[in-house]
Design a protein around this ligand. Sequence first.
Ligand code: MN
Ligand code: MN
Length: 477
Amino acid sequence: MNEKRLSKTEWKRLEKDLCRPRRPVWHRLSARDRKEAFLYADSYRGFISKAKTERESVETITDLAQKKGFVPFRQAGAKDGRLLWTFRGKAAALAVIGKAPISNGIRLIASHIDSPRLDLKQNPIYEESEMAFLKTHYYGGIKKFHWVARPLAIHGLILKGDGSTVHIELGEGSHDPVFTINDLLPHLAHKVQAQKKASEAIPAEKLNILMGGIPLLGPEDLKDAVRLRLLKILNERYGLVEEDLISAELEIVPAGPCRDVGLDGAFVGGYGQDDRSCAYASLNAILELKGPPVTALALFLDKEEIGSDGNTGAKSSFFEAVAYDIMRHCGSSIEADSLVSILMASKAISADVTAGIDPNYKEVHEEHNDALIGHGICLTKYTGSGGKYSANDAHAEYVNWLRRIWNSAGIIWQAGEMGKVDEGGGGTVAKYFAQRGIDIIDAGPPLLNMHSPFEIAHKADLFMTKGAYKAFYLGDD
Ligand code: MN
Ligand code: MN
C-alpha cells in the first residue's frame, strides 16, 4: 500500500472531524452558563433539602407549578393550557398543551420521587435496657452500614382514630433533637461484624432508631417506663395513641440540609438525588415551557425503588388517567384504540440517574462506556442486567432523533451504561412506558455514592440535565 503519511495538522483535522472527544462540560460552557449552573444548583439544593419524601416532593412541585400558572385539572377551563394532577399525595403530573394535535402524541419525561430509606414498622415502639427504640423496615436498595451512627430525621404523617392527620417532621430544625441507629464499637466487633460480608455485618433487625432514655416517674416495679414516657409525649404533642402508628407513613431519612461539596463547590452532596435531581430538572424544564410544539408532560412517580408496583408507581393507571384527561381536554374522541395510537406516536425520556465512574472503584466500571462525572447528561440506551435482561432497549431511530435535537440545542451529553456487563445492573421505569407503545430512553446525570445517605452530583451535569430535558420538550418531530 502506498499510503501518504499525514502531517500533524492533517492528523489533528481528521481527528477533529471523525472522533467524539470526551471533554468536561466546564470547558465548553460560556461564562454566563457557568454562572447559571451554580445558580441552578443553589435552587436545586433548596429543593432536595426540603423535599425528602415523595409526599413532600409532590407538595413542593405543585406549589411551584401553581405559582407558574398550572391549574389542577378538575378546576381547569377549556382555555387552560397548563394542567396539574396529583394522586394520593405521592404522584404528580404537569402538562403543557402543545401546538400540534394530540394525535401527534405527547412528549413525556418520567422521573421518580421516592428514594431508598428506612420506613417504620407497624408496631415500632419498644423498650430494652431502659432505652426506647423504633423498629424499621428498609425501603429500596440500601447498604445497611450507611445508616448507622449518623443523625437521622423522621418525616411523614400519622392518621388518628378520628381520621384527622398529623404531619411529622422531626430532626431538621437546628434546635430539634435528631435520631440515630447505634453501631458496635470496633473493640467488640471482631466476630460479630469484622469477619462477616459487608452485606451481613448489620442485619436489618438491628436498624432500630434510638428514641429516648428517660423513664416516666411512677411505681418503680412497673415496666417500660421510657416507652410510656415517649407515648405520653406523642399524646401531649399530637394527640396520638399507639394504635395511630399503624395508620402512619413515617420515613427515616438523613437529618439536615444538603451541602455544596469541594473547595471549589463543584458538587452537590445530599440525600435523595436519585431521583430528585431528574424530578427537579424536568420540573424546571416544563415550568419554562410556553406553547411547545407537542403536548409536554412531566410525571413524578412513586415506588420506583421497590419495583414500580403500587397505585402511585409507573405500572399503575395514574398515567392513563392523566392521558385520558389530556385527550378530553384537547377535544380528542375517546375510542377503544385512540389512547394506544397516541401513545405509539409519543416520545419519552425515563429521567433517572446513572452511576458515574468512581476512581476508587474502577474495577467495576467499563471506562469506555460508563459515564464520567462532569461530562454532561448521560444517555443510556438500555439498562437491565445479565445481558440486557428486563431492559427497554431503545431503537436506533429514536436515539438518532434525540441526538440531533440535543446537538442542535448545544446540549453537552455523553452515552453510557452502568458498570461492567457482568458486574450487576439495575432497571428504571423505562420498560413500563415502552410496554405502552411509547419510544423511551433513559437520560440523567451520573452520581457518585448512589443510594447512599449522601449522594454526589456535579453541578455541570445537573445543569445540562435541565437543559437537555427542555430541548427534548421543544424539539421538532
Ligand atoms: Mn432512580
Ligand atoms: Mn434508585
